[in-house]
Design a binder for this molecule. Structure first.
Ligand code: FES
Length: 144
């Protein structure tokens, strides 16, 4: 192998390694890496999914309260009506960790969201929790 050929091979190998590293870093930091459930490529109706999945039994969701499971905040009103939001805080993507007193709480920087609407009650989050569709069937709550 001549000197020029050896140098070209080393340069090509270095470029390939750099490309892999950039790809890994980009993938870990891209929005797709932290996409909420129900976003493209995840969940029912997104093309190629396995269909609805059970999130919890309706009986596990307290009236006027909620449960956090599998990336969803499943909230129930005073009756049997349920709705859900992404559990990923819109501030810096921590997972919210508590539903109480009609509110959803993020432990990282103190954001609070309204449990019925997902709107911000207290920042620093500046936008509401995204709504995610769910259905109730035979006493269980499913992704929709
Ligand atoms: Fe939720 Fe900062 S990530 S308040």
């Amino acid at each position: 192998m001549s000197e020029v050929t050896r140098r070209s091979a080393v340069t090509a190998a270095a470029a390939a390694v750099a490309g892999v590293v950039v790809g890994i870093v980009y993938g870990r930091n891209s929005d797709a890496a932290k996409a909420p459930p129900g976003a493209a490529g995840y969940g029912y109706g997104s093309g190629g999914s396995a269909g609805p999945k059970k999130l919890t039994a309706l009986a596990n969701v307290p009236a006027d309260g909620g449960v956090i499971t599998q990336g969803y905040v499943v909230v129930r009103d005073a009756g049997d009506a349920v709705h859900a939001f992404s559990s990923v805080c819109t501030h810096l993507s921590c997972d919210v960790n508590r539903v109480a007193d009609g509110k959803i709480f993020c432990p990282c920087h103190g954001s609070v969201f309204d449990a019925q609407t997902g709107t911000v009650v207290q920042g620093p989050a500046g936008s509401p929790l995204p709504k995610l569709p769910v259905t109730v069937k035979n006493g269980d709550v499913f992704t929709a």
